[in-house]
Design a binder for this molecule. Structure first.
Ligand SMILES: Nc1ncnc2c1ncn2[C@@H]1O[C@H](COP(=O)(O)OP(=O)(O)OP(=O)(O)O)[C@@H](O)[C@H]1O
Ligand SMILES: [Mg+2]
Length: 227
């Protein structure tokens, strides 16, 4: 390492994570005065307040819940703030000095593709994703079409290993029920994810729609009961 490099202030693990998540989601510094993502989360209806209360409860006892392998599944229509809330949980975990791996499902699929192309072992990817304390996975339910058999098998392999090892996975899914989720990413995956998990049904209008609508029709994007 050069003398100049030695003078560099090390980038904190949270800053590295925040860069991956993107400025839209990682609003907080570890110590700074910025409002937390949870404080920025506007609650205009009881359903949102209830979910925020459950996120807060998980955060309060996060180390114990993580140790016990309690997963978190955010599901519901698009734009309802699932990834926003998960980013807050990640920040909280870092404040507890935990370390997580976060990735978007699309990044996972491209890493798996690269592993084949570059003749790398998928084991390297599996090891990283199965051994991390918390795996946070955004949007494994494809916006259109289903998973390829290879993607489905890889997802199962990773989540099954984590499930066996009592390692929690936090996931956000744009889906309206577990039946729909099971069709999209596999029943065995969804069953493991939901076992003893905190499942958070985010069923309100997209914030993107609400932000652009002067008179939002709050029930427009609602769907019926989850199963
Ligand atoms: N209640 C809210 N208050 C403030 N901002 C919100 C709220 N809900 C969502 N947002 C913002 O809206 C945008 C979309 O939210 P987010 O990406 O978390 O939604 P999502 O449920 O993960 O859906 P999708 O997968 O379609 O993005 C983000 O910029 C997020 O910060
Ligand atoms: Mg999302």
């Amino acid at each position: 390492m050069s003398a100049a490099e030695e003078k560099l202030i090390p980038v904190s693990p949270w800053v590295q994570m925040a860069r991956k998540l993107g400025a839209r989601y990682a609003t907080e510094s570890l110590a700074g005065p910025q409002p937390s993502a949870l404080e920025l989360f506007e609650c205009t209806e009881d359903g949102q307040r209830e979910i925020v209360a459950q996120v807060r409860a998980y955060c309060r006892t996060m180390p114990d819940r993580v140790k016990a392998g309690q997963s978190v599944v955010f599901f519901g229509p698009v734009g309802t703030g699932k990834d926003h809330l998960m980013a807050h949980m990640l920040h909280t975990f870092y404040r507890y000095r935990g370390r997580a791996t976060w990735l978007n499902a699309e990044d996972l699929w491209s890493r798996l593709r690269d592993a084949i192309g570059e003749d790398l072992s998928e084991k390297t990817i599996d090891d990283e994703l199965t051994r991390c304390e918390v795996l946070a996975l955004s949007d494994p339910v494809p916006a259109a079409g289903g998973l390829s058999p290879h993607q489905a098998r890889s997802l199962f392999r990773i989540l099954d290993r984590r499930y066996r090892d009592l390692r929690p996975t936090w996931v956000t899914m744009n889906t309206n029920s577990s039946v729909e989720a099971a069709k999209a990413i596999g029943a065995a995956v969804v069953d493991r994810l939901k076992d003893n998990a905190l499942t958070l049904w985010c069923n309100w209008e997209s914030h993107r729609q609400a932000a652009h609508s002067a008179t939002p029709e709050r029930s427009r994007h609602r769907v019926k009961d989850p199963s």
